[in-house]
Design a protein around this ligand. Structure first.
Ligand SMILES: Cc1cc2nc3c(=O)[nH]c(=O)nc-3n(C[C@H](O)[C@H](O)[C@H](O)COP(=O)(O)OP(=O)(O)OC[C@H]3O[C@@H](n4cnc5c(N)ncnc54)[C@H](O)[C@@H]3O)c2cc1C
Length: 385
């Protein structure tokens, strides 16, 4: 279905992003998968092309464009023509907004130029070995000592964990309140900040996912982000965008899987005809086409709502829930339609299948999405009892 939210300037931008992904990202993807990490230089190249933080203020080297359709285009083109492990979206759309929106003037001046140029690669660390969905159970602690904070604890499953230069770390600062969490800016090279091993994963092989350790890391007051104790409020404020970013990526991946499968079923033959000529194939492809178009229309609408500052946590949670489920169904159907080839690493669909399994887990599991949507309906056990 023709998408109606883009204007000519967006389409031109899409062409240039596509060229970047085809020339600067895709040719390295196979090597990155083997090395378990993307090249740091690719972030610099993306920065030079103006593809990092398009919303960034002009005085820091950004384009100053607060139109999320541009971000959407970057995510879509990276998924389709670049590499799923190149976490340009985590950098620009999930972590940079913490500093852009919550940072004080000094922090913005210190960090935003490097973030926009790609010199400073970002990560966000919330999950811990003992807690992920239930962030109120966080054990990493920061204690105020005179004019600085002392951070102790560990985080796990952190995307860009090895590559990152600046990490937004959530830590408990009030031991008496379950939501007594604050956010800190932890910099590469700080004494006591160590990276653990790069974790081996089922998919997303080129994305470095790692453990982080904090042993008496001395953080100046200047590295506290926003106000102490307000971490949960800040996380909640940014979650709507985070889940929409995830949804855009899931859908772009599913669309890509659909397209390459459509080509495959037109060529592969069985019983004397292309497998696309079987009614089962035609119906499966038709069903997917209809569901993808429906989801795309909805996600596009969410992008417009985000632009207007009106995307709710429930809306974006619903988008994350349904696009990740649709992506899973599409991947499964597409592997099936490829037959044995779909199980072979040399076929892109095989990797896409394992890459996609995480979509229903990270950025909040499907069960947590249902909780959020359900609570939005007033179905909250704490309030109903
Ligand atoms: C590849 C990858 C990259 C990641 N990147 C990052 C990152 O950059 N930064 C970061 O901080 N984290 C990251 N994560 C962590 C991710 O966000 C968590 O894994 C996720 O939130 C789930 O937490 P958990 O693993 O602790 O699972 P758990 O919370 O232990 O959940 C286990 C199961 O219990 C269910 N469950 C939990 N609570 C409820 C409930 N109330 N009702 C019903 N069911 C429930 C869950 O839905 C799930 O099915 C990443 C994870 C992976 C695998």
């Amino acid at each position: 279905m023709r998408r109606v939210i883009f204007e000519a300037e967006h389409e031109q931008f899409r062409d240039s992003v596509r060229r970047f992904m085809q020339t600067e990202v895709a040719p390295h993807a196979e090597r990155w998968r083997k090395e378990g990490m993307v090249d740091r230089e690719t972030f610099l190249k993306a920065g030079a092309q103006g593809l990092l933080c398009v919303f960034g203020e002009e005085r820091f080297g950004g384009a100053g464009i607060a139109d999320f359709r541009f971000d959407q285009i970057i995510i879509e083109e990276n998924m389709r023509h670049g590499d799923i492990g190149f976490y340009i979206n985590l950098h620009s759309d999930l972590v940079a907004p913490y500093i852009h929106k919550l940072g004080n003037e000094e922090q913005k001046q210190r960090f935003m130029p490097g973030i926009i140029s790609g010199e400073t690669i970002l990560a966000v660390a919330m999950t811990e070995p003992s807690t992920g969905s239930d962030l109120a159970g966080m054990k990493t602690r920061a204690v105020k000592q005179g004019d600085h904070w002392v951070l102790n604890g560990s985080k796990t499953y952190i995307s860009n964990g090895i590559l990152s230069d600046l990490v937004v770390v959530a830590a408990r600062t009030d031991p008496h309140k379950p939501h007594g969490i604050s956010l800190f800016l932890v910099e590469r090279g700080m004494a006591g900040f160590e990276r653990g091993r790069r974790l081996e994963k089922m998919g997303l092989k080129s994305q470095d996912t790692a453990e982080l350790f904090f042993n008496d890391v001395k953080l100046p007051e200047a590295n506290l982000l926003g106000e102490a104790g307000q971490g949960f409020k800040y996380l909640a404020q940014l979650l709507a965008q985070e889940r929409l970013v995830a949804s855009i990526g899931f859908l772009a991946t599913a669309q890509t899987a659909f397209d390459l499968t459509l080509e495959y079923v037109k060529e592969r033959r069985a019983f004397g005809k292309p497998i696309g000529a079987f009614q089962n194939t035609r119906f499966k492809m038709a069903q997917m086409r209809a569901e993808l178009d429906m989801a795309q229309t909805w996600v596009d609408q969410c992008v417009l709502l985000l632009n207007e500052g009106e995307l709710s946590a429930e809306d974006s949670s619903a988008a994350k829930l349904l696009t990740s489920e649709l992506e899973a169904r599409v991947m499964d159907n597409c592997v099936q339609l490829h037959g044995g080839a779909g199980y072979m690493e040399e076929y892109r669909i095989s990797r896409m299948y394992t890459d996609a399994r995480i979509s229903r887990i990270f950025a909040g599991t499907s069960e947590i999405m249902l909780e959020i949507i359900g609570r939005g309906l007033g179905l909250d056990e704490r309030k109903l009892n």
